[in-house]
Design a protein around this ligand. Structure first.
Ligand code: FMN
Length: 273
């Protein structure tokens, strides 16, 4: 049945009983902090809190219980928080750009992924019109730096809505390292820089997807290792990437699992796990 307090949310009958506010269903639909908002917690708490969450939803899931959400009814701003809470973890592009006036800009974007293999392309999404987007369009260049764990608080600080004429590099105290192929600088404190030329922008409602061709990759020597098959590649453990979750939550790398893909010609005809 519809829940008057939460537009677009329909709760199946078993959920009508009074609920413990600590239950995951409550927290997903009722809370959530947007990227641009500072929520009820203080900045200090936000920056320093590290929590281990082990939601015990298995029993309810096994009984087939779900909360149904209609995005149109809930409203896109509220549903944005739900999306951000379920599309997790998201890698964070620390996007460096230079404005036409020569101001170096830096901002994190977690709507970010690889977009194409050949030619190599990456994409990030600007929700609304921001300095990063304007610079990518005006000057056609950007650098995606990896958001690494030691930079946690500084990355967050570069998400402050500084005016366009203020450089986050100077304000937050980050070191500019010259790029090889584009004008925007790399972040010296980050182990990876992907130097990109803007190839496409795609307007989707209130957001714009920026797709860039990777012209050059500059990766710290220290993060490479050679595995038992002889592959010399950056190691996830050494990169120490950060990821964005829902609310004001971020995460570090969890347990790393390894598995090889099963070619169809070796498919056993059943799968028992
Ligand atoms: C970890 C993190 C990820 C973010 N991801 C995005 C995103 O994907 N898209 C977006 O528009 N804003 C995102 N933001 C908010 C922007 O970083 C913020 O609005 C910033 O001020 C934009 O800066 P700019 O105007 O210099 O481009 C994110 C913020 C944080 C802290």
């Amino acid at each position: 049945m519809p829940d008057a307090r939460r537009p677009g949310v329909r709760v199946q009958p078993p959920f009508e009983r009074p609920r413990d506010p600590a239950e995951p269903g409550d927290r997903v639909a009722a809370a959530g902090i947007g990227e641009d908002q500072v929520g009820g917690r203080t900045q200090q708490e936000t920056e320093s809190t590290r929590t281990t969450h082990a939601p015990d939803a298995t029993a309810r899931h096994d009984r087939g219980m779900r909360t149904d959400i209609d995005p149109a009814e809930m409203g896109s701003q509220a549903f944005y928080k739900v999306l951000n809470s379920v599309i997790v973890p998201r890698p964070i592009a620390w996007v460096s750009t230079r404005s036409a006036a020569g101001v170096d800009n830096l901002a994190p974007h977690s709507f970010f992924t690889a977009a194409c293999v050949d030619p190599p392309m990456v994409q990030f999404t600007s929700v609304g019109k921001k300095d990063s987007l304007r610079n990518c369009v005006e000057t056609n260049e950007f650098v995606v730096c990896l958001a690494n764990e030691p930079m946690f608080e500084k990355i967050n600080a570069t998400a402050t809505d500084f005016p366009a004429e203020v450089s986050e590099f100077a304000e937050v105290g980050l070191t500019r390292e010259p790029s090889l192929t584009v004008a925007p600088p790399r972040v010296k404190e980050s182990p990876v820089a992907l130097e990109c030329r803007t190839e496409h922008t795609l307007e989707l409602g209130d957001s714009t997807v920026v797709i860039g061709r990777v012209l050059h990759a500059a990766i710290d020597e220290d993060v490479f290792d050679t595995d038992e098959r002889g592959n010399h590649l950056p190691s996830a453990t050494r990169l120490r990437p950060l990821a964005r979750l829902g609310r004001n939550e971020w995460s570090t790398l969890g347990e790393i699992l390894e598995i090889t893909r099963i070619p169809y010609k070796k498919w056993p005809g059943h799968y028992s796990g």
